[in-house]
Design a protein around this ligand. Structure first.
Ligand code: FES
Ligand code: FE
Length: 455
């Protein structure tokens, strides 16, 4: 099928409803998007010591993300070189070697083969089958930023830092609140019968759903002030390949404003050492604090500060990182991590974790509200009528394409990218533009076959 009209509509901010539940589109996403984009798989703090590993999937491909004996991070395709059994079946652990359960080939945690039962009798020993140079297949590309480990199925992927671009500026608020960065807990994982794009779009810029979808969270007083009020004074920003939303903070100094969000003074002290003047100015001078965000294609972030107790004026910030891992055109596995500054006190970490669990994660109040919409949307997108419907994704644009609200000037806003006050769908469109760019670009011929590579 020719999808050019779909992509053309998306570029106008009109969204063919069926893209949220369409087998053919999903096949195209696998072939042209997930085959070459940078994808988050784990954080270095999940594998702190030599031998630590976690197993993560990218679509159907399973990878062992390990730290080898030299301390290097590896992403090894979790398939035995002999007859293809999954080598590592645990989700996480510590191992110097992985032994295949089928016939017992074993591999070091950097991927190299070490043991092969009956090597001499079955393969004629080293002359018959040379073990040296045989390794589990590494992910074609691997790179890290602030400890976040990304892989790409494209051996010629652009450098990760170029891909992140100016989004790095914002990434630091979530993942670098002190020199030692964050540590992760989790992930919690669960599956929802919803298309993967919906979550990514929602976290990227949907301030507009908060007053409606999350009414009950506001009603029970989880937040200090009516949430709708806060949201329309906030901004959406887009920079590099990611974007998100901010809250407007009350007047005050940098310290006042960080305290308002609930950060203790010792953490504020480290932020002041860690962040650039420009990063501090967005908070202290301009008065904006990052909230949810998404990095193309399917990674998201949350930063929020609910009340500690009912009726209390004290709030507590938490950070969460998540992946919308596609299972099919109508199912997504959500991986949701709690993230916290490594140098925070144990007491702060425990309380922040509680704040996270209350709001997000498999039982979080926001999560429950959101997912019902996404599942229902996905269901409705499967039918024949959805194929006749162009959804309106043009919020923030007038009919003639002019902006309802112009981007903030350098005077008003110190951060990079394009930033606007109030409700709009610029960010959702930015995600879909990138999606369309991938879908219309054919992939190169399949990469050559490998029979193990010397690491
Ligand atoms: Fe792994 Fe045979 S499939 S040892
Ligand atoms: Fe929500």
């Amino acid at each position: 099928t020719d999808h050019s009209s779909v992509l053309q509509d998306v570029r106008q901010g009109m969204i063919p409803a069926h893209i949220y539940n369409d087998k053919e589109i999903f096949e195209l996403e696998k072939e042209r998007l997930f085959s070459r984009s940078w994808l988050f798989v784990a954080h270095e703090s999940e594998v702190p010591d030599a031998g630590d590993y976690v197993v993560r999937r990218v679509l159907e491909d399973s990878f062992i993300i390990s730290r080898d004996e030299k301390g290097e991070i590896r992403a090894l395709f979790n398939m035995c070189l002999h007859r293809g059994m999954q080598v590592c079946r645990a989700e996480m652990g510590n191992a110097s070697h992985f032994r295949c359960p089928y016939h017992g080939w074993s591999y070091r945690n950097d991927g190299r083969i070490v043991g092969l039962p009956f090597h001499k009798e079955a393969f004629g020993g080293e002359e018959g089958f040379r073990k040296k140079g045989q390794t589990l297949l590494p992910a074609p590309s691997l790179a890290t930023y602030n400890g976040l480990i990304f892989i790409s199925m494209d051996p010629d992927a652009e450098p990760l830092e170029d891909f992140l671009g100016d989004f790095k500026f914002y990434l630091d608020y979530y993942t670098k609140q002190s020199a030692d960065g964050i540590e992760l807990r989790g992930p919690q994982r669960w599956r929802v019968k919803a298309n993967w794009k919906i979550g990514a779009e929602n976290f990227a810029g949907d301030m507009y759903h908060t007053p409606q979808t999350h009414t009950s969270v506001v009603e029970i007083g989880l937040f200090r002030e009516p949430k709708a009020e806060k949201r329309k004074d906030g901004t959406t920003y887009w920079a590099g390949n990611g974007g998100g939303t901010t809250y407007k903070l009350p007047e005050g100094s940098l310290e006042d404003r960080l305290r308002y969000v609930g950060y203790p003074d010792e953490m504020i002290g480290r932020m002041k050492e860690q962040w650039t003047q420009q990063q501090l100015d967005v908070v202290g001078k301009d008065g904006f604090m990052v909230s949810a965000a998404s990095l193309f294609p399917n990674m998201s972030f949350v930063h929020n500060w609910p009340r500690v107790e009912e009726g209390s004026d004290e709030v507590l910030p938490f950070i969460s990182i998540r992946m919308w891992q596609p299972i099919s055109e109508n199912e997504t596995e959500v991986l949701s991590w709690f993230a916290v500054d490594k140098n925070a006190s144990e007491e702060y970490k425990a309380l922040s974790y509680k704040a996270y669990l209350m709001c997000f994660g498999s039982g979080g109040m926001f999560e429950q509200d959101d997912v019902e919409n996404w599942v229902s949307l996905t269901n409705t997108a499967a039918g024949s009528m959805a194929r006749r419907l162009l959804l309106n994704g043009r919020m923030g644009l007038l009919e003639d394409g002019q902006n309802v609200v112009e981007p903030l000037t350098a005077e008003e806003y110190s951060g990079p990218g394009s930033t606007r006050i109030g409700y709009s769908e610029y960010n959702q469109r930015e995600l879909l533009f990138r999606w369309a760019d991938h879908l219309e670009r054919p992939v190169q011929a399949a990469a050559q076959l490998h029979v193990g590579i010397d690491p």
